[in-house]
Design a protein around this ligand. Structure first.
Ligand SMILES: [Zn+2]
Length: 239
């Protein structure tokens, strides 16, 4: 399969050719743009709770939601062109590319669950005289398919355990919520203006000034249970 490159509408480089983005780079651009519009469209009364200044498990929802757009042919065909022929990329090729990203997704999900549990245990109640390596070995044994390597202490280099301080689970939580928003509101027609305006009004404008569960409920029309969020993550690992 030829390497897929996407020509974006950024200004031309000095040589006159368009800068090319791989699909992975474009997905990342969409993700970060999700954070950007969360900040730009914030309309809170107080600046210290505007945009992404909200609870961590909500902050990644707008950005992860944008990843769904970056993997939908109906969105990609709006701008993605072959860099030499200017042809729109075939739908089948885009769909195969997106499907290929599901490879290893169950293991990736398991790893994220493992990291999240480890983070919770380290920040929870446990005997202070117990070495963290011992806890790592125990949790890895229970929640990872990859066996612990005796003598290793990789958790000492895993900065998120300190930087996030018991909030590493937020990545999974946000992914589950974003999945529900996508499938409940955007999957049928990702470019419907009314849905976009509702999303702006109900989820992007309040920053941290409103209870996240209420914002999501107002968007999708129902309060999400823990079971539904778990099911959403499991569905993410399927084709
Ligand atoms: Zn992010």
């Amino acid at each position: 399969m030829p390497k897929i490159v996407l020509a974006c509408s950024m200004p031309s480089s000095r040589s006159g050719s368009l800068p090319l983005l791989t699909h992975g780079m474009m997905e990342n651009l969409f993700h970060e743009f999700g954070h950007a519009i969360h900040s730009m469209l914030g309309r809170t009364r107080y600046q210290h709770v505007t945009g992404t200044r909200c609870s961590t498990d909500y902050a990644e929802v707008p950005s992860i939601l944008m990843e769904y757009f970056a993997n939908d042919y109906r969105v990609l065909r709006e701008f993605a062109r072959h860099h030499q022929t200017n042809e729109t990329l075939p739908e089948e090729m885009i769909n195969r590319l997106c499907q290929s990203k599901k490879f290893g997704s169950a293991y990736e999900m398991q790893t994220q669950v493992f990291y999240s549990i480890l983070d919770q245990v380290y920040h929870g109640n446990h005997p202070l005289d117990r070495p963290t390596v011992e806890i790592l070995e125990e949790i890895q044994k229970q929640h990872s398919s990859i066996p612990y390597v005796p003598g290793s202490a990789w958790h000492l280099r895993f900065g998120h355990l300190v930087g996030y301080g018991a909030k590493y689970y937020s990545y999974l939580y946000s992914r589950a919520v974003a999945s529900k928003v996508w499938h409940g509101c955007f999957a049928a027609d990702p470019l419907r203006q009314e849905t976009g305006e509702k999303y702006r009004r109900e989820m992007l404008s309040h920053g941290g000034g409103k209870e996240p569960a209420v914002m999501v409920e107002n968007m999708i029309g129902k309060r999400l249970s823990s079971e539904e969020l778990v099911d959403a993550l499991i569905d993410e690992t399927k084709s």
